[in-house]
Design a protein around this ligand. Sequence first.
Ligand code: ATP
Length: 271
Amino acid sequence: PSALREVLVQVPDVGWDDIGGLDDAKQELQEAVEWPLKYPETFQRLGVRPPKGTLLYGIPGTGKTLLAKAVAHESEANFISVKGPELLSKWVGESEKGVREVFRKAKQTAPTVIFFDEIDSIASTRSGNDGDSGVTKRVVNQLLTEMDGLEELEDVAIIAATNRPDIIDPGLMRPGRFDRHIKVDTPSEEARLAIFEVHTKGMPLASDVNLKKLAKSTDGYVGADIEAVCREAAMLTLRNNLEASEIPNEYFKEAIEKIKPANKADEQLVQ
Ligand code: ATP
């Protein structure tokens, strides 16, 4: 079991160029995470305090995890990813120890970005009330203690992500905690074009494929949906002809028919 509970340190290989659109979010992450990790002396010299924690929020599949990995990569930092629910399941009865272990490992391998995905699952105003014997509250308290204990410029940056910013425990958002909030938008037509470009970069496209038109016809699709469309177009091509050497437009159209946006318009993010 001890091997199971090992905190995994990764070195992500995705960079800014692998993310379509989200220019504002990239810029904000650069300032909040990349620059403090890369140029700590400058921040010190100018007396600017970098934010300790950054919260990314947006509907599923918009690229929050991708952004966190990319900023770690661009900062030449290590990356530790922890899913909220995993802290409870993987460290049953020892969830606080899990949190301590994550921070210990991060300091040991610094510069490091710690990414808490699905943070709402442990830090929502609704958790900690019923049936979980207060474990989520204790986990959140441990997280806050660890964040408070981080020296400035300790080379550890903390990013959390959620689809439900409306239910996050306000205690987590106070100054010195997750006090920088970055919205990860549902992509515009222009951003969808950029995402199509990212996901077709390695694909031989037939001359009738017009990515601009595809971007136009995919209103409501997020990055994860567009990635699925591109993969499906390639699969349809090879299912039809194993000798095929390029992907024709008809299969992109068919893929768009088949793959509908995972997030329905009526469950847009509450802000
Ligand atoms: P969740 O809330 O479900 O965890 P998320 O916002 O973290 O979603 P990601 O896991 O980053 O979304 O995205 C899933 C996949 O979708 C990515 O691995 C990537 O391939 C694709 N994707 C999402 N957004 C973008 C984007 N802006 N540019 C390129 N690819 C994207």
